[in-house]
Ligand binder design. Structure first.
Ligand SMILES: C[S@@+](CC[C@H](N)C(=O)[O-])C[C@H]1O[C@@H](n2cnc3c(N)ncnc32)[C@H](O)[C@@H]1O
Length: 521
């Protein structure tokens, strides 16, 4: 839970691909102390200290911004992390107000399922029948009351004002009544109600931890399929609701972790698993010289580990040409290229979407001349037939449901449907088959997804391998252990399987899957 106590925190949106943002408790507390100090000097006037008559004069711009983003996400299938930052800039919403709007937007989107379950008991008609804009106002109000600890009177009056401004006077009265009902119980009391009303434990967790039931079920199956205790499902779902820390990758050969000038005046600590990883304590990575120059980037530690593992797998003989089959926007390609450059190898980066191929070019711009052979736009499914046996190492970071990165994309859990799986898993099989054709005998292929769904991971690999007798499975877990930072290899919790599944609640990474394969003939 956030700790606004009617006030604002600093925040931003600086995660892999710029997808999401938020706060950690440490930062919130520190910000809170600073705010108290400035208020006591009379330098800050919080909204809750305003007289009610003043408050009625205008609708809070931060709340209005959050509402407008929610509507755009709903009506235009927009991504909140792409809509919110420019909207804040355009409306000159900065500092604490920007932080408040960010937390309100992302928190409301993430916890929508929880709030809908609570609101359903406070509204006297089915939620799907409500005006979607009114429902968004109610969700925003519920998050302020239960998720941000904005004082009830401020949360209710500001949200009623928002309703009046954006939805109408009649609905505003209803918002007032509903939010008063919501505020009659604490969050813990509400969670106990939802758990008590649920038909079974998983449904209860899906409601309280705000996940669609099909995703909760798929994640539980993925835990079981990877030899983990299904009792961890509550921790896994809760981990999806916590904004991840910003992790940087120091691209080897481009920047030294110890080079103070390159990192500027920020607090960095070593990553937990990958030698290339640095965790940023708080601030905005865009001001870091190494990030600005493309020598470093924002990248989840799991993404780094799987890339390092591919580069570290022994190949027999030639090791000169590497391929990233699905490269956009280029995070793993940049790390792979940096590693290739250190070994005298080159990288071809392939991406089907032209605008994403352009992002790959940008991400790879800082690599020394000659390391990147080509960034090309093309269908990865055709590369195997067009260039059989042409590569020594191939990465297939397949398009997937992204169920392993729900913590970064607040709206995605509500947008994905089980129907997405059929098309994706067909594509995943075709891409993996193409990669296996494109690698030479003795070379290696890494099959990677940012999803732990068994249909996208283990089943894709086993289905593709069933049709071939020229591929062997490698001991992926052993390779991952070998690339974990010195001395940590024995500590990384991995299952007895030969492939690797990382988990947010266990490893603090996205739920990345990796299977390493070798072409034998
Ligand atoms: C999971 S993302 C890759 C992320 C990337 N490896 C990184 O670390 O930045 C999958 C990418 O595959 C691309 N893609 C989808 N279908 C493809 C195809 N048929 N051939 C090549 N790329 C494809 C998508 O556009 C998307 O950019």
């Amino acid at each position: 839970m956030s700790g606004y106590e009617g006030d604002r925190g600093n925040g931003g949106s600086h995660e892999e691909g710029g997808r999401d943002g938020g706060f950690d408790d440490g930062r919130r507390n520190a910000a809170g102390r600073q705010r108290s100090a400035s208020r006591s000097r009379g330098g800050d006037r919080s909204r809750t200290s305003q007289a009610p008559s003043e408050r009625r004069k205008r609708t809070d711009p931060a709340r209005m911004a959050a509402f407008d983003v929610l509507r755009e996400v709903d009506e235009s299938d927009a991504y909140a992390n792409l809509v919110l930052p420019p909207l804040l800039r355009e409306r000159h919403i900065r500092g604490r107000d920007a932080g408040f709007a960010t937390e309100l937007t992302y928190g409301t989107l993430r916890l929508r399922g929880r709030y809908d379950a609570i609101l359903a008991t406070c509204v006297d008609r089915p939620l799907p029948g409500l005006d979607p804009a009114l429902l968004d106002v109610l969700r925003l109000g519920a998050h302020q009351v239960l998720g941000m600890r904005v004082p009830v009177h401020a949360a209710v009056s500001e949200t009623v004002g928002l309703a009046r401004n954006r939805v109408g006077a009649g609905p505003a009265q209803m918002v007032n009544a509903v939010l008063r009902r919501v505020s009659q119980r604490s969050l813990d009391e509400w969670l106990a109600v939802l758990t008590g009303e649920a038909p079974d434990a998983l449904s209860g967790l899906a409601a309280t931890e705000s996940h669609p039931m099909w995703i909760a079920r798929a994640l539980r199956e993925a835990l079981a399929g990877n030899g983990r205790d299904v009792g961890e499902i509550g921790d896994l779902l809760a981990a999806d609701n916590a904004s991840p820390r910003v992790t940087l990758v120091a691209r080897p050969g481009l920047v030294d972790v110890a080079d103070e000038a390159a990192w500027g005046d920020v607090d960095l600590v070593a990553g937990r698993w990958a030698l290339t990883a640095l965790r940023l304590e708080g601030s905005d990575p865009s001001g870091i010289p190494a990030v600005r120059e493309g020598l470093a980037g924002v990248q989840d530690e799991g993404s780094q580990l799987v890339t390092l593992a591919l580069a570290d797998t022994p190949v027999d003989g030639r090791d000169e040409r590497w391929l990233d089959l699905c490269a956009g926007p280029g995070g793993k390609a940049a790390l792979l290229a940096a590693l290739a450059g250190q070994r005298g190898a080159t990288l071809v980066a392939n991406e089907v979407a032209p605008h994403r191929a352009r992002l790959v070019e940008k991400t790879l711009a800082a690599l020394p001349d000659g390391v990147v052979e080509e960034v090309r736009t093309g269908d990865g499914r055709e590369v195997g037939a067009d260039e059989p046996g042409a590569y020594d190492r191939v990465l297939v970071d397949a398009p997937c449901t992204g169920l392993g990165a729900l913590r970064r994309r607040p709206e995605s859990r509500w947008r994905r449907t089980p129907a997405d799986l059929a098309a994706l898993t067909t594509l995943q099989r075709e891409l993996l088959a193409s990669a296996l054709d494109a690698v030479r005998p003795g070379g290696v292929v890494a099959y990677v997804t940012c999803s732990p769904h068994l249909a996208e991971t283990q089943l894709v690999v086993s289905d593709v391998l069933k049709k071939r007798d020229d591929v062997e499975r490698l001991d992926t877990a052993a390779t991952v252990r070998s690339v974990v930072r010195a001395g940590g290899g024995d500590d990384i919790p991995l299952s007895d399987r030969d492939d690797v599944q990382l988990w947010p609640h266990v490893h603090g990474t996205d739920a990345m899957h990796l299977t390493l394969l070798r072409r034998t003939v």
